[in-house]
Write a protein that binds this ligand. Structure first.
Ligand code: MN
Length: 193
């Protein structure tokens, strides 16, 4: 079974002005497509060919891992964003954030600092463990916390290709704006699922 580029649940210009149509044309249309194409070529006629993406990520390394994890990470990232996003988390997720970081504002500050200070390319994640405890995790390159049995709830892509067309080298501008397009309903569902 070949992996395919999933349709986005919004149009390419829907996340403006936070993320431009041009950035999504490249980031979703070219970069994600390339990871999927590479993965399909790499796993053809191998034991990974009919495996689920999560199974491939957990069992692979090298180029297969990189392209499988980048495929998973990008789909997760794009599906966490929404033109009607923003605001604050509610319910059990809000309670867990308040318990861990004192307030949503303090969590946002810590998460942004983690994103802005990650050296080179990678991903910053909000995860929960089996007991529901939250943590902020920094991962280099294609890293994904499911390889450490943590459940991803939210991620920000801090590879330069995620923001360079809109902000050039100013990563902090990008990570500041992204709070306006986070779909907290999705993050809450993942937490209580
Ligand atoms: Mn990316």
């Amino acid at each position: 079974m070949k992996f395919e580029l999933p349709q986005l649940p919004y149009s390419l210009d829907a996340l403006e002005p936070v993320i431009s149509k041009e950035t999504l044309e490249y980031h979703y249309g070219k970069h994600l497509q390339a990871y999927i194409d590479n993965l399909n070529a790499l796993i053809k006629d191998t034991p990974f060919e009919n495996k689920k993406l999560e199974e491939i990520i957990s069992a692979s390394d090298g180029a297969v891992f990189n392209n499988a994890a980048q495929t998973w990470n990008h789909i997760f990232y794009f599906y966490t964003l929404s033109p009607t996003g923003g605001g604050e988390p509610k319910g059990k997720l809000k309670e867990a954030i308040d318990k861990k970081w004192g307030s949503f504002e303090h969590f946002k500050k810590e998460f942004s600092q983690a994103a802005n200070s990650l050296f080179g390319s990678g991903w910053v994640w909000l995860t929960s463990d089996a007991a529901g405890n939250l943590s902020i995790e920094k991962e280099s390159n294609a890293g994904n916390p499911i390889t450490r049995s943590l459940k991803p709830l939210l991620t920000i892509d801090v590879w330069e290709h995620a923001y360079y067309l809109d902000h050039q080298n100013r990563r902090a501008e990008y990570t500041k704006g992204i709070w306006d397009i986070i779909d907290w309903g999705k993050v809450e569902e993942r937490y209580t699922d």
